[in-house]
Design a protein around this ligand. Structure first.
Ligand code: GTP
Ligand code: MG
Length: 384
């Protein structure tokens, strides 16, 4: 946006705060192993979206294993493309062993937090070299989640529910009986990560895979996992509600001495920080920060001023102690205003996130965010 429309320098401030907020999430690193064609990339796309799929060569960690840091910095993927156990498996394991023990002392942002070992159901067998590979990973202290992919289902007729192919269930039982060191609790997760309109096969099991991943990842990586995954919106919302609550407390402090309405701009830094943190928590790509920053500037200048006027007429009547002569913002009102801004920005982020990448770009660089933000601000406080 043109600089003169943003006299407060909000878009620059937002870009800086967003970078800080993304960095504050930390990083989640996932390692994925399995034969070529097992469905590793398809699974990754189903859980994290196609935007995080590895592009280019990545960075070689050891023979057969590349590291792909996600542009935003919250996600890193160790991908073993074209991997087979046996001699090359042993080489990967040896290299990985060296890497894991080396990186333990190293910076935490390269640590492997979870491993998905991916097997196609139609393999029907899990050979000794594969078994020892899994044992080798676990011996390094890595939590290994066993995922069976491309599992066929049959759509039920009448009262019959959808059923999973019995051979895939038998395969899962066979895997559990191998007594491999599988996390969590020797679980084997059956999945189909790609719908097939020809057979009516639906996607299933990917949410269970994500939940199993949450069960094994250390606390330091969960905020990043929540931002980067695309399946569990409730976890994102919980993180965002926490951010809004914290910002409300800060804004309440700012407004502890009643401030004239015309000076509501003193709340802007708190709100910029808040909406930057909300944006990061939802996992909106930080490389779109220019369009996001422009949208943020529009809503926090035009939008918030409008919102302030609106609140002068309505909110002040509802908030206890809010009617300070109708011309000043008390701590309580500053808090309510911040709550409203946070909730409205969350709606903007959720809408942006629900769009395919191309449409998202168009939405963020147009009047959409402001319109949606203002509409959300006009809702009665407390209503969803
Ligand atoms: N129907 C169905 N097809 C799948 C599924 N997962 C993968 N496929 C198909 O299987 C093929 C291989 O899947 P990928 O995800 O590329 O496999 P990969 O493990 O990443 O393979 P490499 O990158 O070569 O190691 C693709 O044609 C996918 O469309 C699934 O869950 N269901
Ligand atoms: Mg692949």
């Amino acid at each position: 946006m043109p600089r003169d429309l943003d006299g407060l320098g909000i878009s620059d401030m937002f870009a800086t705060r967003l970078k800080e907020a993304v960095a504050g999430l930390g990083r989640f690193n996932l390692a994925v192993f399995g034969k070529t064609g097992a469905g590793k990339s398809t699974l990754i796309n189903a859980v994290f979206g196609s935007e995080v799929a590895p592009t280019g060569m990545g960075e070689s960690v050891t023979r057969g294993l590349n590291y792909y840091p996600h542009a935003g910095g919250t996600f890193g993927l160790y991908d073993s493309e074209g991997f087979e156990t046996g001699v090359s498996g042993d080489a990967i394991l040896a290299g990985l062993q060296q890497f894991v023990s080396g990186s333990r002392a190293d910076t935490a942002d390269r640590h492997i937090h979870a491993v998905w070992y991916v097997v196609r159901w139609s393999d029907r067998r899990f050979e000794v070299p594969q078994q020892s590979f899994v044992r080798g990973l676990a011996a390094m202290g890595l939590p290994v989640i066993m995922v069976v992919t491309q599992v066929p289902t049959r759509v039920g007729h009448g009262n019959e529910g959808t059923s999973i192919h019995p051979d895939a269930q038998a395969f899962a039982a066979y895997l559990r009986d191998l007594n491999l060191p599988l996390s969590p609790n020797n679980r084997v997760i059956l999945t189909n990560a790609q719908a097939d309109p020809f057979t009516d096969a639906a996607v299933f099991g990917v949410t269970e895979l994500l939940e199993a991943t949450y069960e094994v990842v250390p606390q330091v990586a969960t905020a990043a996992l929540t931002a980067v995954q695309i399946l569990d919106w409730e976890r994102k919302r919980q993180a965002v509600r926490r951010i809004i609550r914290q910002s409300v407390v800060v804004a309440g402090g700012v407004g502890a001495t009643p401030i004239p309405f015309s000076d509501a701009a003193v709340l802007v830094p708190t709100q910029v920080t808040m909406i930057a943190r909300i944006t990061a928590a939802y996992g909106l790509p930080a490389d779109r920060s220019r369009t996001l920053a422009a949208a943020a500037a529009v809503v926090l200048t035009g939008g918030a001023t409008m919102a302030g006027r609106y609140l002068a007429g309505t909110l002040l009547k509802f908030v206890p102690g809010g009617a300070v002569a109708g011309s000043a913002i008390s701590g309580a009102v500053a808090g309510s205003l911040t709550q409203a801004v946070g909730t409205a920005w969350a709606r903007v982020c959720e809408h942006a996130l629900s769009l395919p990448p191309e449409e998202r770009e168009a939405f963020l660089s147009g009047p959409g965010p402001r319109d949606l933000f203002v509409a959300a601000m006009k809702r009665k406080p407390g209503r969803k």
